[in-house]
Design a protein around this ligand. Structure first.
Ligand code: NAD
Length: 527
């Protein structure tokens, strides 16, 4: 049974999903302080939160059973991600669940701003019948500039096109093909400022985007521009926007988010009659709340049940289809890492990796898998895809990507060279089929070894009788040989032999092998 703690309000549909899960018991504890959360957390395997709790390193240190944290919503700034990663805890959010709601609110604000709807409504409440003052502007044939063409920005783009608008977008991280598909013209920020009648913000808040809208950038905009912000308050310098709304340089603005929330009474944005504003409700629809709740629950359940990991914010890749299709290669990368770590002659300092063929597209994921393999044999603690990079970093292991290491010509090949003080070793491996992993190169030796089970790795001089004598030593110790593969540099040169055995080889037998004259080195690995 998995124990799940819910610390915030979750949609009834999300709670129903939890109640229906037969392998789960659920506790709901709201309004917990950090100390209280640390106190109650030890037995829980899953934690479902919104923004009311702070999951600090202290909480995570106490969370000995915790494997998944699900944030119903997007922002995970209330979770110490590094501490969670270090403990191998998956942290997930529910990014797409409220994109449509936010896109629709953007359009609602855009129209409300253009047609003075809140102002007209207010005058109706005051029993007035004012018409001329509320003459609006149309969207049709106007140009809108979208800053940030992600999940929400692209939905806004489609809807604006529906109104017959010309849509420009600035997003340095979006490919031309995405823009083409949306029938959006990608432009520079300068062009967007110069050409747009409306500007809407849909980028994340980063050091680069903080105060993106300020006196200087407003000066670059058309006179009478109208601005919408349903993203993050600090994208706009609110003093500068208020000044531009007062001067009329900006004819109107519509805002859902603020640098400080709740919006302070003395905010410069208060009391401007050409500003339409809402209290951060863009994502607040029945459907979005429902979807956020059910999505976070199903994601947490999937992680606990070992079925899937989606929307993890502390994992290299979370597209389940890619992870699924890469699984055999991830296992291979892990095996090579483990083989390298077990054969290494000292503490690893540096790892170089090269991924050939289509594997080259998943370098990050494969590297993490390889690191997991490297670290697992030497660490007691749980090593997984989430904490492997951080654990490697803490152990001072440097990882780099390189090219030209592999000597073999296979369509998909993983090559890894590890360095320790005084030595290094290269290993290349591939898959002959999804269940047929093969080590095909070890340093200068061409091999054909299935890296599985208990294996003795013997480096020796290539002399007649070597295999026979080795077999005799193992046989007289009662050790059964399951398979043997060997590679050599040249006849009579050096040879490397992988001997698959049915049981671990004791130390004294290894010493006996080492004493056998042609033998240079003996290693034992369990894969
Ligand atoms: P997303 O990650 O899908 O899209 C963000 C886009 O911004 C990406 O395409 C990214 O490439 C782009 N970007 C990053 N840096 C940029 C830069 N310097 N200039 C231009 N573009 C840049 O995110 P999303 O889900 O579409 O959310 C967009 C924003 O909306 C976020 O700030 C999010 O926090 C906010 N949001 C607000 C509410 C609300 O209630 N008002 C609800 C949901 C999301």
């Amino acid at each position: 049974m998995f124990k799940i703690l819910v610390t915030d309000e979750l949609s009834p549909q999300g709670m129903e999903l939890l109640a229906a899960a037969e392998d789960v018991t659920v506790d709901v504890k709201k309004g917990l302080s950090e100390a209280e959360l640390a106190e109650v957390i030890p037995p829980y395997h899953g934690l479902i939160i919104r923004s009311s709790v702070t999951v600090t390193a202290n909480v995570i240190d106490r969370a000995e059973n915790l494997r998944a944290i699900g944030r119903a919503g997007v922002g995970v700034d209330n979770v110490d991600l590094e501490a969670a990663s270090l403990h191998g805890i998956v942290v997930m959010n529910t990014p797409g669940a409220n994109s449509m709601a936010t896109a629709e609110h953007t359009i609602a604000l855009l129209l409300a701003m253009c047609r003075n709807i809140p102002q007209a409504y207010k005058s109706m409440l005051e029993l007035k019948w004012t018409r001329k003052k509320f003459t609006g502007v149309q969207l049709y044939r106007k140009t809108i500039g979208i800053i940030g063409l992600g999940r929400i920005g692209s939905r806004v783009a489609l809807r604006c096109r529906g109104f017959g608008m010309e849509v420009l977008a600035y997003d340095p991280y979006i490919g031309a093909d995405v823009a083409r598909e949306l029938k959006v013209k990608l432009v520079s920020l300068d062009e967007l400022f110069a050409q747009s009648d409306f500007i809407t913000l849909h980028t994340a808040l980063t050091p680069e985007t903080k105060h993106l809208i300020n006196a200087e950038t407003i000066a670059q905009m058309k006179d009478g521009v109208r601005i919408v912000n349903c993203a993050r308050g600090a994208l706009i310098n609110e003093d500068d926007l208020a000044a531009a709304l007062t001067s009329g340089k900006v004819a109107g603005a519509a805002v859902d988010v603020y640098s400080a929330e709740p919006l302070p009474a003395d905010s410069p944005l208060r009391g401007l009659d050409n500003l339409v504003f809402t209290p951060h409700i863009a994502a607040s629809t029945v459907e979005a709340q429902r979807d956020v709740g059910t999505q976070v629950v199903s994601q947490v359940l999937q992680v606990l049940r070992g079925e899937d990991i989606r929307n993890a914010v502390n994992m290299p890749l979370t597209d389940p289809k890619i992870v699924q299709s890469m699984r055999p290669y991830l296992k291979l990368a892990e095996t090579i890492g483990s083989l390298q770590a077990q054969l290494a002659g000292g503490r690893l300092r540096r790892i170089e990796v090269e991924f050939k063929g289509t594997l080259n597209r998943q370098v990050k994921l494969l590297t993490v898998a390889l690191l997991k393999g490297v670290l697992s044999p030497t660490l007691d603690e749980l090593v997984n895809y989430i904490n492997a990079p951080i654990l490697a970093n803490r152990r001072g292991i440097k990882i780099s990507q390189t090219t030209g290491m592999d000597a073999r010509n296979y369509p998909n090949l993983i090559t890894c060279r590890v360095y320790w003080d005084g030595g290094c070793r290269l290993i290349s491996a591939t898959l002959f089929s999804p269940n047929e992993p093969r080590v095909v190169q070890v340093d200068n030796y061409r091999m054909d070894v299935r890296p599985e089970g208990q294996i003795l790795v013997v480096e020796s001089q290539d002399v007649p009788g070597f295999l026979g004598r080795t077999g005799t030593i193992l046989g007289s110790a009662g050790i059964n040989i399951a398979a043997m593969r060997f590679g050599r540099t040249e006849p009579g040169g050096r040879a490397l032999t992988f001997i698959k055995v049915d049981s671990p080889v004791p130390e004294d037998v290894i010493n006996e092998l080492m004493a056998f004259e042609p033998v240079y080195e003996v290693g034992q690995v369990m894969l």
